[in-house]
Design a binder for this molecule. Sequence first.
Ligand SMILES: [Zn+2]
Length: 301
Amino acid sequence: MPGLPVSYHPATRLHQPGAGHPERPERIAAVLDALRAPELAGRIAAAQSPPATPEQLLTVHTRSHVDRLVALDARGGGSLDADTYLAPRSWESVLASAGVALDAVARGLEAGSAFGATRPPGHHALSDRAMGFCFVNNVVLAARRAQELGKRQVLIVDWDVHHGNGTQALVERDPSIRYVSMHQYPWYPGTGAADERGVGNVFNVPREAGLPRATYVRDLLAAVAQACEGWTPDLWLISAGFDSLDGDPLGGFTLEPEDMALWTTRFRERAGPAPVVALLEGGYRIDLLAAGVRAMVSALA
Ligand SMILES: [Zn+2]
């Protein structure tokens, strides 16, 4: 058995968003460390991905967005919004992260499941704008790559504590992609109300902080079941954010790592022959992030 494909790139550590910023390089170091846990020994097949090229970003982003990032990088970096800063080597991280997403989905289509250790995250990035720690939208890049490779219908399930406004905006007029997001609401970035339905392909589950964890577990499963009523995904993508775990400094959900393992197992069962590929989004308490990734990857492997 070759094990679960895990895609990574060392350059995902290079992005330095600024002193005290929660989206720090230690996050990805902890994730890669977590994958060396004894219970995962022999069950994963880690491989370094080729970085994406700027051209590859154009399946999702405008030329002006990509050109703006290239130009900002050439000038040595700068701010894109209040909490999204492109530092001198950040662009290498952005391209590495997108490359990890593209590689993970390609490997997942072959193997049936995969995990991509993406950093910086992507689900807030819009077609023409970076925001919320995100520069390019990794999960939508992965969805488009899968469609180029022949998968028609893609389900994206996003359990990050923040609404993936970028993902929603990029897919909400395309019925070939369905987007399910459970997130704290009202909360950053302000979008994700239940009545935002796209063309009937968006399934938002806005929830307040501090509910019993079983409520969150049940409600996401129910939304996924609703999204799959009469519609069979050819690929499942998980926007796996670990800031929905109890104790994360950027959210107030009460989930535990085993809840994410349970979701992963249920999705894996429900997907049948369709591949399930998880990509990293948020998660800002290092120990929780590591525990969450370990639990999810263990369930996926
Ligand atoms: Zn988040």
